[in-house]
Design a protein around this ligand. Structure first.
Ligand code: FES
Length: 319
């Protein structure tokens, strides 16, 4: 996670849809905030030492406010509940500077943005940025129902409203997402962006690959990923110190390293953000993250130590 912390205050809080809180965060003294690119997120430091990532969903050209949309998920590990309970108007909070792991491709001729549920948040910022670039795009917003969905008013009133297509499970079949038709014309200058629940993303990504889109033209932002720590134990060697540690079943490499005094920067602890990425010098990782691409995983020279394990009996890491 970034060490640089920004103090902000909740300027405005709105409940939208079903269980979504939309927060506008501003500098306490009214100064402009650090610039951000579409697709960026910030780490929010919450009570109890929780640090969680949320996409910035405002207009990147607007420097006075960072807008976030947070769905309350009682089944989550406490982050969204803490946001809903503590981030009231006037509340000060610390965040990281924006980081972008889901950037728009620089030279796309056409961008297909697909957001499922609260996965619409980075797509809103992308739509503003693409419109500002005068770049061709379409935004598809999928949800269970109109009444449960946030950001609809903003999307319908935006200058790019004609590029927005909504698809709700409980409305007429004709408006449902026809994914093969949407993904139908792959090309070197066509890029697909998807964010939403894991099952939704897996479906979109599989369809996009099947339609012929290149893997590196399918940009993805996961959230809410279950970490699976099952599997036999193995040894991890930290090459720079020479320290060796056994990772037990049910334990993460991160936890095992912490036990011998080796600290790795972390943020999501779910294999989503890439903060804990380490180089692998020896051994075969068992990749359980959603951050690395299939090609990067196949190369077996990097590992996310918050969630991944080893297929070999020993891993040597460049730490
Ligand atoms: S801390 Fe986010 S991927 Fe490991």
């Amino acid at each position: 996670m970034s060490d640089q912390v920004v103090k902000v205050v909740v300027r405005k809080r709105q409940e939208q849809g079903d269980g979504v809180v939309v927060l506008d965060l501003g500098d306490p003294t009214g100064l402009p905030l650090p610039a951000f690119e579409a697709g960026a997120h910030v780490d929010i430091h919450l009570p109890g030492g929780l640090v969680r990532q949320y996409s910035l969903c405002g207009n990147p050209a607007e420097r006075s406010v960072y807008r976030l949309g947070v769905l309350k998920d009682p089944a989550s590990r406490g982050g969204s509940v803490a946001v809903h309970e503590h981030l009231l108007e006037g509340q000060q909070v610390q965040i990281s500077v924006p980081r972008n792991l889901f950037a728009l491709a620089a030279k796309a001729r056409h961008s297909i943005l697909i957001g499922g549920g609260i996965g619409i948040t980075p797509m809103v910022a992308m739509a503003y940025a693409l419109q500002a670039r005068d770049s061709q795009f379409e935004l598809h917003y999928c949800g269970r129902s109109r009444s449960r969905s946030a950001f609809l008013d903003e999307l319908q009133q935006a200058d790019f409203a004609a590029c927005v297509h909504t698809h709700f499970d409980d409305e007429a079949p004709a408006q449902k997402l026809d994914l093969p038709a949407v993904l139908g014309a792959p090309g070197a200058d066509v890029h697909v962006y998807v964010c939403g629940p894991a099952g939704f993303m897996d479906w979109v990504i599989a369809q996009a690959l099947e339609a012929g889109h290149a893997d590196d033209h399918i940009h993805r932002e996961y959230f809410q990923v279950e970490v699976d720590n099952s599997g036999a134990g193995f040894e991890v060697v930290a090459s720079r110190s020479g320290k060796s540690v056994q990772v037990a079943e049910g334990q993460t490499i991160l936890e095992a390293l912490a036990g011998v005094g080796i600290k790795i920067d972390i943020s999501c602890e779910q294999g989503v953000c890439g903060t804990c990425l380490c180089d692998v010098l020896e051994g075969e990782p068992d990749h359980r993250d959603v951050y690395l691409t299939d090609d990067e995983k196949a190369a077996n020279d990097q590992i996310l130590v918050c969630c991944s394990r080893a297929k070999s009996k020993k891993l040597v890491l460049d730490i």
